[in-house]
Design a protein around this ligand. Sequence first.
Ligand code: FAQ
Length: 330
Amino acid sequence: MYTQGLDQKDKPAAAGQGTETPEQLEAFQARIDAEEKIEAKDWMPEAYRRTLIRQISQHAHSEIIGMQPEGNWLTRAPTLKRKAILLAKIQDEAGHGLYLYSAAETLGVSRDQMVADLLNGKAKYSSIFNYPALTWADIGTIGWLVDGAAIMNQIPLCRCSYGPYSRAMIRICKEESFHQRQGFDILVSLCNGTDKQKAMAQDALDRWWWPSLMMFGPSDKDSKHSAQSMAWKIKRFSNDELRQKFIDVTVPQAEFLGLKVPDDKLAFDESTGHYRHGEIDWQEFLDVLAGNGPCNRQRMAKRCKAHDDGAWVREAARAYATKHTAKHAA
Ligand code: FAQ
């Protein structure tokens, strides 16, 4: 049975786990504190390198697995225009996966290894992609909420201390912004349409709201990596801070659409300028991470099959590269 990341033995990264001297660690932290970018060939603590490989590869896997819920709707998009837009969006996600694998490779891990870790269940991908896209309104809602949450989390990553990751994020964020708008545009059409279309949009919001909030990760008190990742300026905001920003931005958008956010405790707090919200079902989050979400098995089975089906392409590319190298060496 596939279980997401359950056999991952990695402990939270902490500075000084490697063979580094205190002087090296201090000098490294001073560079971080001075907002210098760390580049691939620079010295870095082993735990910093491992943290980045974990986060960037999981991010890449999310982009790749994230193509599935939307890909499922390509043949059923309601118009040619919507189909062309959706196709472009899904292709962008593949591109994001590839930039991110390349960024992680600069840290000394091979793409083959990262892919193997995904396929054997050792590496995680975002919990959100284990939920089904049941109607066309889900496609709008994925763009609006899932890409919206992704942008909220990823804009600060453009300022991540690791140069190759931060630079990859700049283009990714520009594309995510188009994705968010295309999703919102679908919902504007549905919410201005028939009662049935509006009900479909409400149903999609009801199902995607809470899983979207879970995308930001466990609450700060349970986030084992946040403190160190923030000290290293890999993360610039905590999980709860980003979740709150997302709620504050998204609730007025739901009001604009005339939809109700499925949280009876949601209320604007004048004194803080933020929305208060109800309790997130963390048990559901843990269940999805343990491989027991609605679509975990389906997503992994499809990814494994796609990988197997693509074996001949990789073999052909390798054979061509060998021939090409031999020809130029002669
Ligand atoms: N799902 O200590 P923390 C997208 C894990 S891209 C699954 O707080 P951290 C674009 C976490 O890995 C979406 N696992 O961890 C798109 C760790 O496990 P580990 C992906 C999760 O790293 C749209 C453990 O829980 N974005 O959507 C999740 O400091 C539409 C403890 O958590 C990124 O990956 C989760 N939601 O903070 C594509 C952004 N949350 O490794 C297609 C980059 C936490 O110890 C269609 N990543 N975990 O076994 C990050 O910013 C961070 O890694 C966080 C987690 C914020 C996700």
